[in-house]
Design a protein around this ligand. Structure first.
Ligand code: IMP
Length: 175
């Protein structure tokens, strides 16, 4: 059974309000550089930028975690780096979900080292009960309980990323 946790409409409504929140936080006329984390962040980025009226630019990064599912050391490998410099730019990291926080913690560190003007983070989903490191997330779409979720960019074994909603994965299949 496909158990929908967050509907397509709820996601779209929330993204509109996030975009408004983001735009209020930056001086008028300032450009925002969005850095999406692949692959999961692609859909959130695509919908977010389409409801933003500020000037935006964007870039993509791909990461892989070591020791996922075990006692992760928080070590993250950069599989694809950014194409352009972050120097003196307003950067927003766009992530699908923050779980333990290890990936984001590492990413924030390496991006802050590249001399941006500001770095903030937007995550569509947050599972605070799973957090093992304190990490700042400035814009959160939805706070959820400890479920493994798929859809809207999130996968299980590379599947379900195309769902327009967020669903709870039951028994690794049944979607
Ligand atoms: P963290 O480093 O533990 O915060 O993990 C973040 C990454 O784990 C996310 O960017 C996702 O790729 C993946 N992840 C964590 N929870 C889920 C989930 O419920 N469904 C799908 N992927 C998840």
């Amino acid at each position: 059974m496909n158990k929908i946790l967050i509907s397509e409409q709820e996601i779209q409504d929330r993204i509109r309000s996030l975009a408004a929140e983001i735009e209020q936080d930056y001086p008028k006329g300032d450009e925002i550089h969005l850095v999406a984390v692949l692959k999961g962040g692609f859909m959130f980025l695509a919908d977010l930028v389409r409801v933003m009226s500020t000037g935006v630019t964007m870039d993509f990064m791909a990461l892989s975690s070591y020791g996922k599912g075990t006692t992760s050391s928080g070590q993250v490998r950069v599989l694809k780096d950014l194409d352009s410099s972050l120097e003196n730019r307003h950067v927003i990291i766009v992530e699908d979900i923050v779980d333990t926080g290890l990936t984001l913690h590492y990413l924030q560190d390496i991006l802050r080292a590249r001399a941006p003007k500001t770095v903030r983070t937007a995550c569509l989903l947050s599972k605070p009960s799973r957090r093992t490191v304190a990490v700042q997330v400035d814009y959160i779409g939805f706070t959820i309980d400890d479920h493994f979720v798929v859809g809207y960019g999130l996968d299980y074994a590379e599947k379900y990323r195309n769902l327009p909603h967020i669903a709870i994965l039951e028994n690794g299949q049944n979607l």
